[in-house]
Design a protein around this ligand. Structure first.
Ligand code: IPE
Ligand code: IPE
Ligand code: MG
Length: 251
């Protein structure tokens, strides 16, 4: 069976002369340092970070961004002390219950990417409800990466291709980039145009390694709990100044 082609990315909306990215991905980093600077427990930083998530969703809607992908918890974050993992899952449980109505009111469609099976059953059920109850929304496509790791995601796509090939449903010679992309958790979604990381760290930490091949990278020296509309607008302004070439000859 031929691999399903991802749907074409919509053309970037243009506000005056400024190009707005279709898809913005964010590595929300610095909660622990924010808390430490205030002599607070790390969980206080995570709690404040959740408020920044709300502000960023609103900013994305205001700016006309169609897709927003937020890195909330990596597959490696399970290695953190048990107490912090418990705090994070507790916050997730709390916000899933309290934010769904808000997402629905704002026309946000929520999707989860990552290995949700590692979360407790009640959270998995809440995630499924949150996705299905926002499925008809079209104003903003919000992906939240939970227990997400890009290497696992790519390995899983490779496994799916191998299984299809073994079953005779796929010609191994026909496997191309589109065939891989169609088996990632982001199948059918546009690739991120802009990837933001906060807190001053300049690395990808296993986030969207495949999808971010041509994303513009913007590193902002602000701790995630302090993030808001002004920082988001600054990142979009930086994006608008970049010249994207995709390997083609400039000019
Ligand atoms: C980001 O903040 C949130 C998660 C990774 C869950 P951190 O918890 O990584 O904060 P720092 O990097 O220690 O400051
Ligand atoms: C990346 O941040 C994951 C998230 C923001 C959810 P980390 O804080 O876990 O990454 P490293 O350990 O600094 O690379
Ligand atoms: Mg960190």
């Amino acid at each position: 069976m031929a691999a399903q082609q991802p749907t074409a990315a919509p053309r970037p909306p243009v506000h005056g002369p400024v190009h707005v990215p279709v898809h913005v991905a964010v590595i929300m980093d610095g909660n622990g340092r924010w808390a430490a600077a205030r002599h607070l427990p790390r969980v206080a930083g995570h709690r404040e970070g959740a408020r920044a998530v709300r502000r960023t969703i609103e900013a994305a809607i205001d700016q006309g961004v169609a897709w927003l992908t937020l890195y909330a918890f990596s597959s490696e974050n399970w290695r953190r002390p048990a107490g912090e993992v418990l705090d994070l899952t507790g916050l997730l449980r709390h916000y899933l219950k309290s934010e769904i109505a808000e997402l629905r009111a704002n026309g946000v469609r929520l999707r989860i990417i990552g290995d949700r099976a590692r979360f407790p059953a009640d959270i998995q059920a809440e995630l499924a409800t949150a996705e299905s109850s926002t499925a008809a929304n079209t104003r903003l496509n919000l992906n939240v990466a939970l227990s997400y790791g890009a290497r696992d995601e790519i390995a899983q796509a490779a496994r799916a291709l191998a299984i299809e090939a073994r079953a005779g449903r796929l010609d191994p010679e026909a496997i191309d980039a589109a065939a891989v992309a169609a088996r990632l958790s982001t199948a059918g979604m546009p690739d991120p145009d802009l990837l933001i990381r906060t807190s001053g760290e300049q690395r990808l930490s296993n986030f969207l390694l495949w999808q971010a091949a041509y994303a513009e990278l913007v590193f902002q020296d602000v701790l995630w709990p302090d993030y808001g509309a002004t920082h988001f607008a600054a990142a979009l302004a930086e994006f608008a100044r970049r010249e994207r070439r995709f390997g083609a000859r400039p000019g």
